[in-house]
Design a protein around this ligand. Structure first.
Ligand code: UD1
Length: 367
């Protein structure tokens, strides 16, 4: 059996916990040679290398070092750098994950060089084209050869868009594999106690969507509500670099620092962060991944967005979409035990990478 070289594209924080289980599962086969390509979209230690170390992933085989920029700059720079690598030594497969700018950039490079592309976490749709990620999802799914979906609703979206069934493999939610792989270490670490957090008695806050944090008009009312909510429940705000920038630029950072019930932390590596997640009473977020992790862990999730590409976390899980001006009421509802508990969606079971590898092998040796 001839070996297959598989590029796994990792770019930004939410990609790493999706790439790692696949990397390990491919590495354990006798037919696949996984190669990690890091585009460098995220580059701060805690946004990148510290997470990869937690996940046991070695140094990338290729590092494109693109860094930050406008959407066009970031997407274009990834394409220019990645095309050179693929032209010098084309892999048998390219696996892109999630919905960040590097995802669509590398999918485009592969499609134009006739290298088969797999999209891991395909089929999710928020229906909101003002979100850059929605554009990335639509474009990536339309040009990828194989679409690996996390749940039935994603398959339904793709079917509605006319995607042929043979391009789709329903494999489940691979992020859960990372959590289960590291569950013991997550439970054993003491990030909570080190930050003065009492298990079950604090809320975790993460916000980084441009629609929430890039303007004072949206961020100031959110900060006001967080300060008010912190009188009911201590809050730990693990702040993304984009959010810190906004808080400082709009003169809001000191309001958080001055609130007795709020602790602001810099981004955390995966194991420490998940230790804080698992001990929380509730999560306030605009992240995609946290909507899923809280559903899996049965923790109430208050999502500060108008829509979600992960509706299964609402229909089956613990997630609710909220507006800033209802934050306090929603925190109160959780405190009073007035929050629906959820169920784990099918195939969110820690074995998604195994199913992915089986599908890739089947497709690799189909002829
Ligand atoms: C990106 C993804 C978003 C994902 C998020 C997770 C796109 C369009 N957006 O958003 O879908 O939810 O990652 O974190 O791909 N910065 C640093 N250090 C870093 C990385 C970024 O300081 O390591 C700062 C820079 O000022 C940068 C800003 O954060 O300009 C935004 O980074 P960028 O990668 O453009 O988008 P994110 O907001 O991180």
């Amino acid at each position: 059996m001839s070996h297959k070289t598989i590029h796994l594209i990792a770019a930004a924080r939410p990609n790493f916990m999706k790439v790692a289980p696949l990397y390990h599962a491919l590495k354990a086969t006798d037919w696949a040679k996984p190669m990690l390509v890091h585009t460098g979209q995220h580059y701060d230690r805690n946004m990148s290398d510290a997470i990869l170390e937690d996940l046991g992933v070695p140094e990338p085989d290729h590092h494109l070092g693109v860094g930050s920029g406008s959407h066009a700059e970031q997407t274009g720079n990834v394409m220019i750098a990645y095309e050179k690598i693929c032209m010098a030594s084309p892999p048998d497969w390219i696996v892109v994950v999630g919905d960040v700018n590097s995802t669509v950039a590398c999918a485009m490079v592969g499609a134009k060089l006739w290298i088969p592309v797999v999209h891991l976490e395909a089929g999710l749709r928020s229906g909101d084209r003002r979100m850059p990620e929605e554009i990335n999802r639509l474009l990536t799914d339309s040009i990828a050869d194989v679409l690996w979906t996390p749940s039935e609703d994603a398959d339904e979206n793709l079917a509605r868009e006319g995607v042929a069934a043979e391009r789709i493999d329903l494999i489940g939610n691979i992020m859960i594999d990372s959590f289960e792989m590291l569950r013991d270490k997550i439970e054993a670490t003491d990030a909570r106690t080190e930050n003065g957090l009492e298990t079950g008695n604090y809320g975790l806050v993460t916000l980084h969507r441009p629609s929430n944090v890039d303007s004072a008009e949206t961020l100031a009312p959110i900060v006001d509500e967080l300060v008010a909510a912190s009188a009911l429940l201590p809050l730990v705000f693990v702040a993304h670099p984009r959010t810190i920038k906004g808080l400082e630029a709009f003169g809001l950072k000191s309001r958080l620092d001055d609130a007795a019930g709020i602790t602001v932390l810099e981004p955390q590596p995966y194991i420490r962060f998940m230790n804080i997640v698992t001990g929380s009473k509730l999560v306030i977020t605009d992240s995609g991944g946290l909507q899923e992790e809280t559903t899996y862990l049965n923790i109430p999730c208050l999502t500060m967005r108008e829509n979600t590409e992960r509706p299964i976390t609402i229909t089956q899980g613990t997630n609710r979409l909220i507006r800033a001006d209802t934050l306090l009421d929603n925190v109160q509802a959780v405190m009073q035990g007035n929050w629906p508990s959820g169920t784990k969606p099918a195939l969110w079971d820690g074995s998604t990478a195994t199913r992915a590898v089986a599908e890739l092998k089947r497709r690799s040796y189909a002829d």
